[in-house]
Write a protein that binds this ligand. Structure first.
Ligand code: BJW
Length: 231
């Protein structure tokens, strides 16, 4: 049995990582276009680097919660293929899977990038990055490049789309956890899974705008619902 799980900010909320679209969310006080578009970065690189530097620093004070750990436990015992696609740029899934190594059919994709990586604007080379980035951070990879956050901004193409679409086309179960379904192409994955004949499940605090697209909804905090669903 092949499984695809899509996660969003709600899976990390109980670890203390803010979501995006809540009233006290990440973009409160920021114009989205200013910090989450290539145009915003070109206009004010210092503002954008600072926004991500702060979020990168915050990762030191958060830990995986019971939902991340339940998915890691599942990945250790799942016998079919299991693709975990996260829209999150934090490293909480990665850390949970380090604690509980997965079975061989498991893969994790960060489709919207990773806070703890940087990318050279000239060569596209991606490298691990744990510290701050400066406004015009000289790239070690190309003489004309600067290092930018390895984040997929609005208008950019999400990562690993072919691999994700291949897995959706052959999945038997699709579970969407803690995402509002407001951002494409991730919001369209449920339809691709349905076309493949998969059973589709939404796990969230409350029904989302796309709830009717799922066969089943499980509602409540992810730290309780995810371990119970996969337990
Ligand atoms: C809990 C909980 C708890 C809380 N327990 N639950 C089609 C139609 C219209 C527009 C478009 C379209 N296709 C593309 C677009 C444009 C655009 C888009 O979607 N715009 C929309 C606003 C309409 N998309 C793009 O530009 C994308 N690129 C693209 O489409 O390229 C073309 C292409 C695609 C494919 C192939 C070829 C070409 C790129 C999108 C990049 C998004 N990046 C961001 C920001 C990164 C920067 C940053 O980190 O600051 O990624 S946007 C932001 O939203 C972030 C997230 O990953 C993403 C999703 O948010 P998420 O995770 O759903 O969070 P929230 O806050 O919205 O929801 C949290 C949920 O958790 C809520 O439902 C709560 O109830 C729940 N929750 N606590 C369980 N304890």
């Amino acid at each position: 049995m092949n499984l695809v799980v899509l996660t969003g900010a709600g899976v990390s909320a109980e670890s203390g990582v803010p979501t995006f679209r809540a009233s006290d969310g990440l973009w409160e006080g920021h114009r989205v276009e200013a910090v989450a578009t290539p145009e915003g970065f070109a206009a004010n690189p210092a503002l954008v680097q600072d926004f991500y530097n702060q979020r990168r620093r915050q990762l030191a004070s958060v830990q995986p919660n019971a939902a991340h750990r339940a998915l890691a436990d599942l990945a250790a015992r799942w016998t079919g293929d299991f693709l975990l696609v996260t829209q999150n740029v934090d490293d909480l899934h990665d850390r949970a899977h380090l604690e509980t190594p997965p079975a061989s059919g498991f893969e994790l994709i960060h489709m919207h990038g990773e806070l703890k990586k940087a990318r050279c604007t000239a060569s596209g080379v991606v490298c691990d990055w744990d510290g701050d980035l400066e406004a015009a951070h000289v790239s070690p990879h190309h003489p004309r490049g600067v290092l930018r956050p390895h984040i997929v901004w609005f208008g950019e193409i999400p990562l690993e789309m072919e691999r994700i679409e291949r897995a959706l086309a052959r999945c038997d179960l699709f579970v969407s956890i803690g995402t509002s379904g407001a951002v494409y192409p991730a919001a369209g994955f449920v339809q691709l899974a349905r076309m493949a004949g998969a059973r589709t499940v939404e796990i969230n605090l409350e029904p989302t705008q796309g709830a009717s697209l799922f066969d089943e909804g499980v509602y409540g905090p992810a730290s309780e619902t995810v371990p119970a669903f996969f337990g």
